[in-house]
Design a protein around this ligand. Sequence first.
Ligand code: MN
Length: 289
Amino acid sequence: MRYALFDDWRLGVVSGDTITDITVESDWDSSDPQRSLVRTLRSAPVRPGPGARRLALSDVSLRPPVPRPTNLVAAPLNYRAHNTEMGQAKDIWSEGFFLKSPTSIIGPSEEILAPFGDRAIHHEAELGIVIGRETDRVHQESAMDHVAGFVCLLDITMRGTEERGWRKSFRTFTPIGPYLVTADEVPDPNALSIRCEVNGVERQRASTGEMICDVATLVAYVSSVFPLVPGDLIASGTPAGVGPLEPGDLVSVEIDHIGRLDMRTGTGTQDTHQNWPYSVARRTTQKLA
Ligand code: MN
């Protein structure tokens, strides 16, 4: 199944360029889409009723298919060629993983927005892994039983020396979508072509088979540190070719069997609300310790 959340947090299944509204058949609660999603993933697939509304995908506003996970975990340095381009001798085994704010998640109908005009933000195209069951200290051999599905994911990153969790958690910094594709539709998640384009020019191309820590190992690894809960999301790391995004860019992530996520970067910068020590206004007048 290809589940999409759309408009005022309705649930649909996608086939080709069409989305069929199954909000009613699924006993879906639009006021709590994350909880409804978890329930949907744990129950038998819902087939649309005979009178179900069918819409063109281009006529709906797509929301993030995993709106508010409890944990948004991200793998650093999980592709050797990317580690090399970053000048890193380290890898995921020496770095561990990090957490992003779940409220940095946005869907295809929103825009990525840079916090500051003078700090580069980069695209990192990644396979997103959606957890379907309680996942505590699982072994690699059974880890795939805990994976509900996959999404295309962008781990938007401000380059710099601050903690990863800070640089990667700004508002709008985790676009996902366009759908959640259930695991049964993905023959081998460790053999998927993943591509990223900016304004139609290819920036990243790799196979998920190049991951140092594959999907099952990643799930087992994270669950050895803390339990994952249904609806959690893991960003599995980015291949080589990361680069800057400018205002007005169109950045696309395409993954075999998962789909293509097209995102725009907005113009202007985020309102940081106050003149914090890290803000642009302060940094231009005051040297930080
Ligand atoms: Mn990343």
